[in-house]
Design a protein around this ligand. Structure first.
Ligand code: ARG
Length: 280
């Protein structure tokens, strides 16, 4: 079976700005340079399409500056989109807009479990058969378990302990079934042990590069796209046969996001076993 073209959802940064502070990276006194943000977003778009991805666009909405971070729109499993329920009111206006996009594009919609917060692929990433799920800062552990039952997959809960690494995709990035990179101090001992036991090839990222959002990478085939400032990670990836690419994303780091946060894989992450498995 021929591999389908990787498919990614992005949202142009027309209304992007630092309008509120809901994570420690954000500071309204440290505004994003709008023109530079647009250029950086275009650079990411170009890097991903050059790597072979097809990119669909979500329409930007005035007053929803973080809508650019499409990783949080929901979590995709086959043709199902599990919708998000944002912890902070400032982002809750995104929910209906995201839901409409998924239903207009043929996804089966699954609402997040009642009375739980869930921030989509920002906090729930497949590595092989398992769904690795970050909780405490944004998403709730109980919700992850219910989503796992609903989809019929095992959930590995990972408590996030550092407020700077408030979404799982800021400190963990699956590369292939059995391979991932991570920033160890973002997890507790239990989480680190679970990761080491379940993922044989685990690449640690150093603090300085984690701060440059090294773990917030987008994988398209063997190409790994990150923000600038992650040379040691890039060397480790190149050694393992990946093709690392850097593209500057400083204006999005000001909101606590980078490459991966600005994208949502619509056909499943590269590392998800279900993506390449025979579907029937
Ligand atoms: N300002 C956004 C927030 O705090 C950034 C979201 C980044 N997205 C991500 N998947 N890590 O919610």
């Amino acid at each position: 079976m021929a591999e389908a073209q990787p498919h990614i959802l992005m949202c142009p940064p027309v209304f992007y700005a630092i309008e509120y502070e809901i994570n420690p990276w954000m500071n309204r006194q440290r505004q994003a340079d709008h023109d530079l943000a647009v250029r950086q977003w275009n650079g990411l778009f170009a890097a991903l399409s050059d790597a072979g991805a097809k990119i669909s666009l979500l329409t930007p909405v005035r007053g929803l500056p973080d809508l650019v971070f499409t990783a949080n729109a929901g979590m995709i499993f086959r043709r199902t989109a599990v919708l998000s329920r944002f912890r902070f009111e400032q982002r809750q206006g995104e929910e209906a807009h995201d839901a409409r996009w998924f239903s207009d594009h043929g996804f089966e919609i699954v609402p997040p479990p009642p009375e739980t917060f869930f921030e989509g692929a920002g906090d729930a990433l497949f590595c092989g058969e398992d769904l690795f799920a970050g909780y405490r800062m944004r998403s709730d552990a109980r919700g992850h378990q219910e989503i796992g039952r609903r989809l019929g997959v095992r959930v590995i809960p990972l408590e996030l302990v550092d407020a700077y690494y408030y979404h799982l995709d800021t400190c963990f990035c699956p590369l292939a079934p059995g391979a991932a990179m991570y920033f160890p101090p973002a997890f507790d001992e239990y989480g680190r042990t679970a990761l080491r036991e379940l993922i044989p090839e685990l690449i640690p990222v150093e603090a300085e590069e984690a701060e440059a959002f090294a773990c917030n990478a987008v994988l398209v085939g063997r190409t790994v796209v990150t923000n600038t400032g992650c040379p040691r990670l890039h060397a480790a990836l190149a050694e393992r046969g990946y093709q690392p690419i850097e593209t500057p994303l400083s204006e999005f780091v000001k909101a606590g996001g980078s490459a991966k946060c600005l994208t949502l894989r619509l056909d499943g992450e590269e590392a998800a076993a279900w993506r390449t498995a025979d579907e029937d």
